[in-house]
Ligand binder design. Sequence first.
Ligand SMILES: [Ca+2]
Ligand SMILES: [Ca+2]
Length: 180
Amino acid sequence: MPSPAAAAQAPETKPDSHCAMNAETGSVTCYDTFRESVAAATGGRITDAPAPEKAGKDKRFLAKLNAPSREPARAGTAGAHSRAASGVVRVVLYEHAHYEGSSLTVWGPRWCKNDGKWDGEIEKLGGTWNDSVSSLIPANSCHVELFSDPYFQGARQLYTSSTPYVGHAMNDRASSLGLT
Ligand SMILES: [Ca+2]
Ligand SMILES: [Ca+2]
């Protein structure tokens, strides 16, 4: 019988899951590896993601995560352009500090704008993701605001770059998030 809540001290007893969430529809698909979840989230654009715990420090990977909308729309690249448009990674959430444990790659159709308005949100982190996030990687201009309660209530904290530990005040507390 699965008991995800008991796994915090013994990650080796629970296989990590690596999931991709469409932030627009909320649909989640899970994979055995981080590489597969990133490939799914990017519509097949990135198929060589490193091990999850290396991702936050891998400059080449981080640059690639942020690549799509900067590709010039040249003649003959319409196919690549539409693939990119269907999968822009907004944030990768991790169960443990230092990008370890299970991951949730949240993607959407566009880059974030950083214009003070929200570009997306998750009103309620579901299942094992509630009160679990310990590190995260924002991508594609998205800033990520974590809230300790669902529906953007409770304590809040903003993250603008790769964060190996969300801090004591927010660790294992996030229940919703906004993307700006
Ligand atoms: Ca955690
Ligand atoms: Ca909470």
